[in-house]
Structure formats: C-alpha cells, structure tokens
Design a protein around this ligand. Structure first.
Ligand SMILES: [Zn+2]
Length: 146
C-alpha cells in the first residue's frame, strides 16, 4: 500500500462518532458507548446509560452496516446543505441497537425499502472554514449479491 500525502485527506466530521479506518478516508466505523451493567448501546458519546443510568460505559465499534428503519425525502434542505436536492434522510438501525440518521445515497427513491440492508460510506465535504475536508458518513444500499 502506497503512502498518500496526508495534507488533503479528509478528517472525521465528528471524532466522537466516526472513526476513519482506511488510508484514503473512504471507510470508517461508527463509534458508540455500551453499558457494562445492562448492555444497552448508544451512538456517539455518552456519560451515563439512558436505560439504567449506570456510568460504567465502554467505547465500542458499532461497525458500518445497518437496516433502513425509516426515511424522509427532503425537498427543502437546511441552510448551507452542500449536496443534491431533493435528498433522502435515512434513519438506520445498527445491529447493536442504536439508530443513526444520515443521508442515503446511490438509491433511486422508488427503490427505497424499509428493512433493506445498508452500509456506510464516507464522502469528503469541503470544510466551511477552510482546512481539511470533512469525511461525512452516508448510507447506501448494500450491493453484495446484486
Ligand atoms: Zn445500562
């Protein structure tokens, strides 16, 4: 594997939630916290368990795959939205339980199905204040077997 110059590589949009796992910043894993008392996992940083209020938490990899739980087709984006319009905002349930909201890409609207398998990809988005691009996580249909 060749070593790429690091100057133009995107950085995680949120290091508390997304860890980049490939040299070219196209793959990553979601990060969460798991309660050692009751086993409940949450996406992102947590100080105590939402289920049992224990503060005995450990950081866990939540992986890069899930199931589409619900979605919305957004026709009026938030100010500064850098992507296409309309776009699909998908709520995805991870195997460990937490749900993660992100754009769904590479899927025609008529092909969206609740319960379909999706995988996370990272896309580089220019930072608003200059500096390195931000690696943003998005969902796309899992193509294995297609
Ligand atoms: Zn708990």
């Amino acid at each position: 594997m060749t070593h790429m110059p690091e100057t133009n590589l995107p950085e995680s949009v949120d290091p508390n939630r997304l860890k980049i796992t490939s040299d070219d910043a196209t793959k990553g894993t979601l990060i969460g916290f798991k309660c050692k008392e009751c086993g409940t996992s949450v996406f992102g940083h947590a100080i105590f368990c939402q289920q049992c209020t224990s503060s005995d938490l450990e950081e866990v990899d939540l992986g890069d795959k899930g199931i589409l739980f619900s979605y919305t087709i957004v026709r009026i984006p938030p100010a500064g939205w850098p992507g296409d319009v309309p776009y699909v905002l998908g709520q995805v349930e991870l195997p460990a339980g937490p749900q993660v909201l992100a754009e769904v890409v590479d899927c025609a609207h008529e092909d969206l199905k609740i319960g379909m398998a999706v995988e996370m990809i990272l896309q580089a988005v220019p930072a608003e204040n200059g500096g390195p691009d931000k690696a943003v996580y998005k969902w796309r249909p899992t193509t294995a077997g297609a």
